[in-house]
Each structure stands twice: as C-alpha cells, then as structure tokens.
Write a protein that binds this ligand. Structure first.
Ligand code: PMP
Length: 445
C-alpha cells in the first residue's frame, strides 16, 4: 500500500546509515516462529532477532507477564530499592547457573553493558588492568565492549583509540590458525593454549592480567564450539595465575546450545558470566553473574543505570524461566538439533553441493553452514547493503529471504547461521531446511 511504501521510504531517509539493514521492510507482527511485514509478507524467522526470541515471538506467557507488570510498576529504580521481579528472577536463576558459586547478580539492559560491568568488576577486584580476549570474539559496540570485540573491523573502524590494555589470542577455529579445516580439536586446543601462554610471557604478564574473556561458543566470529579441553586449559591457566575467567554467554546462554549454558559442556567454572538475549525473550535485559566474594568488594554506586534491571523486563524473564521448565524447551532443542544437523549434512553430501559446502557444525540450535571460498574470507559487509550481496553466504541468505525465510550470515567467512526459536516445531524446522536447500541449489548452480 501507499502508506507502507512511504513508511519504508521514511526509514531509508531518516534512520542513521550507521544502523545496518538486511531487508527493506517494516515488521508489524511476530508470532511464534513467524514475523509479518506491513506489506503482508509472512516469513519464517530463523534469526530470532539474533538469538533473542528463543521462545518464539510474543510467547503468550511472557507477554502476559509483561503486560501484568505494566499495570503494577514499570519503573522501580533499582538504585532506590528492589522490585519484586528482580528478586523473583534471581530465585529462578540461582538453581540453573552453571556453577553454584555464581550467586551474585546485577541486571542491566544489553549484552554490551553486561560486558562493561564484567570488565569493571574484573579490574577492580583483581587490582589489575589487562584483558585477554579472543580473535573473532564479539562483545558489543560500547567503548569497552568494542575494545574486546575482534570479529569484524566494521565495529571499530574510525572509532579508535579504543580502551587500552586488551590483548588477544586466536580462537580454536581453523581459519584463525591457518590450518586445514579437518584439524582435530586437540591440535587446535594446544595451538591456542600455547598462544595464551606466550601472551602471558611476552606481552601481558600475569600480574598485569585481570581476566580472560571468552565466548564458549563463538557467535559473531563464525559459529564455532570451543573444545571442552580448550576451555579447561584456559581455566587452569587462570587458576595458576590469579586471572579471572569471564564467560560471555550472551548469545549461547539460556538453552540455545542444548544446555542452560554452553559452558556446562566443559564443566568449567566461570568467575563472571554475562548473559542477555534469550534471558527475557526480547525485552532489554542483561545479567552479570559472579560470586559474592568478588562483588562484595565493589563500592556501592559503582554499578547501576537508570533502566538497569527494569521491572517489566525482569517480569518477562521470570515468565521465560517458568516456560522453560513447563514446556520442556531443552528437550525440543536436542530433538530439533539432531534433525537440523542431519538434514544439513545430507545436503552437504549431495555430489552437486559437496564442493560448495565446506562444513556443517553446531551445538543445539546454534548451527552453521560454512561455504567454500577461494579466498578463505567472504565479502562480509552484508549489513551495509543487502541489495547487493556479494559472497555465497550472503547470496544464499538473500535467496532465503525472497523465499520467505529470515536467516543471517555471520563472521568474515562464508557462514550462514541457523538460530531458530528453541521451541520451533518439527514441521517449521523442516520447512526452513527445505527453503535453505532450494536457495543453496539455486545459488550454487
Ligand atoms: N556478547 C555476545 C556473545 C553477543 O553475541 C552480543 C550480541 N550479538 C553481545 C555480547 C552484545 O550484546 P548487545 O547487542 O545486547 O549489546
């Protein structure tokens, strides 16, 4: 309609260019695994708004809890006094934390802010400054988070100087080590741990190193599961040198990879854990979880924020936690994950596609397909102008969009990621795989 077109046009003209976009359009409704655009297009959403709407769009219990809270108190400023949902949420989260030592909570709005608070906490409680991050890691766009983000230069280009005191080592992902894609986990692990030991000997001495920051499942850097032995090795090095381990589960947390937190696969104990996204299924809320022994050292007033731990967002998160149990979400993740990986591997096995599809990988419903690329990296600026996708992954994503499915690329490599809702039905998952398969066949052909 005319008014829809003019709305789209308004966005094109008056929204900052700094905000990238994949699709020219306006979403007007979200329902479970689907979103509808103002022009009537209904699309299967395999992005969940970048791993956020894990229980589907507008989950009835979550929306109802938020609506109810809106009639009680919306803004109960947390530096004045607690509000009920804040404390109810802690009650729900305490038993599902990956380690019982994680018993001190601070809620903020976004993943980036959680990272800021984690870095501040690590610096002040250790009295040390440096942070060792991972190449390929993504932690956000605020200045501290940007400094530890190493997935793409677009996040920092033109914005230097960044926060000082940040060092990095390669993630155990073959691309970053210049080795063959078939390199085994033990080899990748020892190469990366060696780099970590070298950093501590050559660049940032343990007495200057406050924390090591890691995504146990690399998200924006390519969708790669860190081998458990690598994470255990990092923990050992932290323990040996009095360095804190910050585990960023902003994307991988809350059931996304089949356990409440991805770090559970390794049994590693984080000193500080950051989470957001799926925590409140779309309401802006993040969490920084640590142990009282550490956070008792913080000065009152040093953490906070006008909207930090908003009551409506916390009420939504409480409903998410309850729905998780009642609706056996983790069981669905396991079942759908097995189907998704099997279907994608079958696609990869097709003779016509075997040279185009390099890898199928993932844990739970954090799954990726990597395409072969003559240069190793792909033209990654798919956010800049979706109308002219250049690489194979971007072209496949665009074809999926045209066929009625929202899907995202990730990293500087040719990677497509599948982040469907954790309660996606078997039929919708199969439909998404079908659309993807057709798109790949059309683009590769
Ligand atoms: N950490 C990770 C692992 C993320 O994936 C993201 C967001 N993609 C962030 C931090 C930043 O979160 P936010 O966009 O809410 O600031």
């Amino acid at each position: 309609t005319q008014s829809y077109a003019s709305l789209v046009d308004l966005g094109k003209k008056h929204v900052t260019k700094g905000l990238g976009r994949q699709i020219e359009g306006v979403m007007t409704k979200g329902e479970g695994s689907y979103v509808t655009f103002g022009d009537g297009r209904r699309m299967l959403d395999f992005t969940t708004g970048i791993g956020v709407t894990n229980l589907g769009h507008c989950h009835p219990k979550v929306s109802a809890a938020a609506a109810k809270q809106c009639t009680e108190i919306v803004h109960a400023q947390c530096s004045l006094a607690f509000h009920e949902p804040y404390l109810q949420l802690i009650e729900r989260l305490l038993p599902v934390m990956p380690d019982s030592s994680l018993d001190s909570f601070f809620f903020w709005n976004s993943g980036s802010e959680a990272i800021e608070a984690a870095i501040k906490t690590a610096r002040t409680v250790t009295g040390k400054q440096n942070i060792i991050a991972m190449q390929g890691g993504y932690h956000g766009r605020t200045y501290g988070a940007m400094a530890v983000t190493k997935s793409k230069t677009v996040y920092s280009e033109g914005f230097h100087p960044l926060m000082p005191g940040v060092f990095s080592i390669p993630y155990p992902y073959w691309h970053q080590l210049g080795v063959d894609p078939s390199t085994d986990a033990a080899t990748l692990t020892s190469m990366c741990l060696n780099q970590l030991n070298l950093i501590l000997l050559q660049q940032s001495a343990p007495r200057d190193t406050a924390a090591i920051l890691i995504e146990p499942f690399l998200g924006e850097g390519g969708y790669v599961q860190a081998p458990p032995e690598f994470l255990r090795g990092v923990r050992e090095i932290c323990d040996a040198h009095g360095i804190l381990l910050i585990v960023d589960e902003v994307q991988s947390g809350f059931g996304r990879t089949g356990k409440m937190f991805n770090i559970e696969y390794s049994g590693v104990r984080p000193d500080i854990l950051t989470c957001a996204k799926g925590l409140a299924n779309g309401f802006p809320l993040s969490g920084v979880v640590s142990r009282r022994e550490l956070t008792d050292q913080l000065k009152p007033g040093s953490m906070g924020g006008t909207y930090a731990g908003n009551a409506v967002a916390c009420a939504a998160a409480v409903a998410v936690a309850d729905a998780f149990k009642e609706e056996r979400i983790l069981e669905n993740v396991q079942a759908r994950s097995t189907e998704l990986l099997a279907a994608l591997n079958a696609l990869k096995a097709k003779p016509a596609l075997s040279s185009a599809i390099l890898d199928v990988r993932g844990t739970g419903l954090m799954v990726a397909v990597e395409f072969a690329s003559p240069t190793g990296t792909g033209p990654y600026d798919t956010f800049t102008d979706a109308s002219v996708p250049k690489g194979l992954a971007a072209r496949v994503a665009k074809r999926c969009h045209e066929k009625g499915m929202l899907i995202l690329t990730t990293s500087v490599y040719e990677v497509i990621r599948f982040i469907p809702p954790l309660n996606v039905s078997q039929a919708d998952l199969a439909k998404g795989v079908q659309i993807f398969a057709e798109a790949v066949e059309e683009v590769v052909r």
